[in-house]
Design a protein around this ligand. Structure first.
Ligand SMILES: [Fe+2]
Length: 200
C-alpha cells in the first residue's frame, strides 16, 4: 500500500510546487520528509467516478495525479464527513475525500493537510465553511464553484481557488464528476465544516 501513497505524494509535491510561489509556499511545512502512516485502505462508492475524472484531466498538468488515483486509488483510505442525514443518500453515494497528508492521513503533518475530493455528476455541495484557510485546485473542469455571496462560476482544471478562514463556499457539478486537490492550514485540520447552505 505504501508505494501508491508515496508516488502520489511525489506527484503532489511537484504539481503544487509548480503552481507559483504563493501556492508552493503553502506546502513549505513539508520541507522535511513526512512520516508515513500505514493505515488501512477503505473504499467508497464515489470511486467509480475516478476513471471519468482521469479521462477529463488528460492533457492537463494534473493528469498523472488523476491517473494514479483512478488506477490505484482504491488502495488508499477514503472517508466521509457527512452522513445521509446531512444531504441524503444520493450525496453519500457520490462523495468522498482522501487525506494524503495531515493529522490522520497517509503522511503525518500537523500544519498543512492535503487531499482530494470526489463529487459525482449533478451534485450540489451546499455552502459550508471552516476555520482553516483552504486552497482548492480542481483537477477536472466543468464544475461550478461559489465563494462567499458570489455567483457560481465555472472553474477550469488547474485554477487555484482560495478560501480564507471561515469563508463560505459551495460546488455544483454538471454532467462530469469532479476531482479536486485541497490544501488546509491555519485551523484544526480534521474539523467538520459548518454547513449553512441547503441541499437541493
Ligand atoms: Fe472547504
Amino acid at each position: 500500500m505504501g508505494k501508491i501513497a508515496q508516488e502520489l505524494l511525489a506527484e503532489v509535491r511537484a504539481y503544487v510546487g509548480g503552481l507559483g510561489p504563493t501556492v508552493a509556499e503553502f506546502i513549505s511545512p513539508w520541507a522535511e520528509d513526512l512520516a508515513e502512516r500505514h493505515i488501512e485502505s477503505t473504499s467508497l462508492a464515489c470511486l467509480r467516478h475516478l476513471d471519468a475524472c482521469a479521462a477529463n484531466a488528460e492533457g492537463t498538468a494534473g493528469e498523472e495525479i488523476a491517473r494514479l488515483l483512478a488506477e490505484r486509488g482504491q488502495r488508499l483510505r477514503w472517508g466521509q464527513t457527512y452522513t445521509v442525514d446531512d444531504f441524503g443518500q444520493g450525496f453519500i453515494d457520490n462523495y468522498g475525500w482522501l487525506e494524503l497528508v495531515g493529522t490522520r492521513g497517509h503522511f503525518a503533518n500537523e500544519n498543512v493537510a492535503c487531499g482530494f475530493l470526489v463529487l459525482g455528476p449533478n451534485l450540489h455541495y451546499p455552502d459550508h465553511h471552516h476555520e482553516a484557510e483552504e486552497i482548492y485546485i480542481p483537477l477536472t473542469g466543468g464544475a461550478l464553484w461559489r465563494k462567499g455571496d458570489g455567483d457560481f462560476e465555472l472553474r477550469a482544471a488547474g485554477e487555484v481557488i482560495h478560501h480564507p478562514s471561515n469563508t463560505n463556499h459551495a460546488m455544483k457539478t454538471g454532467e462530469e464528476p469532479l476531482l479536486a486537490l485541497f490544501l488546509w492550514r491555519g485551523g484544526p485540520l480534521a474539523a467538520r465544516s459548518t454547513v449553512t447552505g441547503k441541499a437541493d
